[in-house]
Design a protein around this ligand. Structure first.
Ligand SMILES: Cc1ncc(COP(=O)(O)O)c(C=O)c1O
Length: 448
């Protein structure tokens, strides 16, 4: 960290010097001050908030890493993207916040109109803004309950929709997230379509959409008063699982047979990552509800619940203080326009194909890399003890991630019990992908 930023901290009352700029020092202070981290502090250094350039991220000791997490799918354009910073500077005089659910302002209305037209389906939609993905999911859930008068949902196993009340009730990736907390809504749960490990023991060639029939059966025997089926178009946190389009279409169809809404949770997979604004478009399904967040806010916390008119049966049926504040809404509009202007959707498809080609080379080379899957720039590899048994190998996965980060300076994350995920910023180049694959290859070799 340079003198200017050390001085800023000093001016804020913190007497810090260059001698305090070590990972160990800050990890210790963080562990003492912060109640929770979801990751292992042995693996990751303390990030330097004053540095970063595209896909290059730095820890407080100045170590440079190649980032393939994109801030867990938040950073569409990477760190400190110059055109974004220039636009942000140009609107520095704009009022930063208004209570958007209480009073109207132009930016949030324009953003709501834009989201309505860029998301699948030509039907009339409405939008509620929020500050996180979990709340974007919950806005849709409340709307589905309000419009249908029903209270129950269909959810999947695994599935991740957030950690707050209703969203947590839908989530099923790790018992730690749920145990001991009351579950806010009733969920009829069925297996997520997971062809590499089909829960019904089928091979893709013999598949009769048993997973879809399981949903039909569940609704027949468990009750079918369902407000909505809530599905991730790619199961992200649960293990980067890509469902076949036919299965998603089947889930949609069965939901409709029973009069339920269908909702696509696009918080992680949406905003163009898959080459379409919403990943569910790759499955040829037009959902009733869509939740978005992460990259939507251009790096600031913003989510959106998008649903059918009128969404709520009356004023004040739902609200929160923050709602697409003027500055954030302008940054979001800029992000969307820049993706359009640069033809990023098409590029994400091409770069994603290239990334999967390179990941497939790792499947060919290493016995422990069992499967590659993904759409666009949302990809993963599953780590197993060997290809024949497909036994999940969480310890090897953890070691690969730790070795990649600590030794080979590849900033990456796992997901699910034994998957490694890649959700890089859209500005990643094929050269960056080659570099990432080289580092990952070495990390795998070191971990065997
Ligand atoms: C699909 C999906 N939905 C919802 C969420 C929750 O988002 P947030 O952490 O912003 O509440 C996530 C977070 O990773 C997600 O991946």
């Amino acid at each position: 960290m340079d003198d200017k930023h050390i001085q800023i901290l000093k001016d804020l009352g913190y007497d810090l010097g260059p001698e305090h700029m070590t990972n160990d020092y800050w990890k210790k202070r963080a562990a003492d001050a912060l109640a929770i981290t979801t990751q292992d502090r042995d693996v990751y250094g303390c990030l330097d908030h004053t540095q970063g350039d595209g896909v290059r991220i730095y820890d407080i000791e100045g170590t440079e890493y190649l980032d393939v997490t994109g801030g867990v799918a938040v950073r569409a354009f990477g760190l400190r993207y110059k055109p974004f910073l220039d636009f942000e500077d140009s609107i520095s005089d704009v009022v930063k916040e208004f209570p958007g659910m209480d009073f109207d302002a132009i930016p949030q209305t324009l953003l709501a109109e834009k989201l309505s037209t860029m998301t699948p389906g030509t039907h009339k939609k409405r939008v509620v803004f929020t500050t996180s993905g979990g709340r974007a999911v919950e806005g849709c859930m409340k709307s589905a309950m309000d419009l249908s008068g029903k209270r129950r949902f269909v959810g999947f196993r695994p599935a991740f929709h957030g950690r707050t009340g209703y969203a947590m009730a839908l989530t099923a990736t790790n018992s730690k997230h749920k145990s001991g907390y009351p579950q806010g809504v009733d969920v009829v749960r069925v297996f997520y379509p997971y062809c590499y490990r089909c829960p019904y023991g089928q091979k893709e060639e013999d598949c009769n959409r048993e997973c879809v029939e399981a949903l039909r059966y569940a609704l027949q025997v468990e009750g079918n008063d369902i407000a909505a089926t809530v599905m991730e178009p790619i199961c992200g946190e649960g293990g980067l699982i890509v469902p076949p389009a036919k299965a998603v279409q089947g889930m949609y169809k069965v939901s409709k047979e029973f009069g339920a809404y269908f909702m696509s949770d696009e918080v992680q997979a949406g905003m163009g990552r898959s080459g379409k604004w919403c990943t569910v478009e790759n499955h040829d399904v037009v959902p009733d509800f869509i939740s978005m967040a992460k990259a939507l806010g251009g790096g600031y916390p913003m989510g959106a619940s998008i649903g059918p008119v009128p969404m709520f049966t009356g004023a004040s049926r739902h609200s929160e203080t923050f709602s697409a504040e003027p500055k954030m809404a302008l940054l979001s509009l800029w992000t969307i326009k820049h993706i359009e202007d640069l033809g990023i959707l098409k590029q994400n498809v091409e770069k994603g194909e290239y990334m999967r080609e390179r990941l497939n080379e790792l499947v060919d080379k290493h016995e422990v890399v069992g499967d590659t899957r993904g759409i666009g720039l949302m990809n993963g590899i599953e780590i197993v003890t060997d290809k024949r048994s497909k036994e999940k190998a969480p310890k090897i996965r953890d070691l690969i991630v730790k070795t990649a980060v600590n030794k080979h300076k590849l900033w990456m994350l796992g997901c699910g019990p034994n998957t490694i995920r890649f959700t890089p910023s859209y500005i990643i180049t094929t050269e960056n992908i080659d570099e990432a694959m080289g580092r990952l290859d070495k990390a795998i070799l070191d971990s065997l």
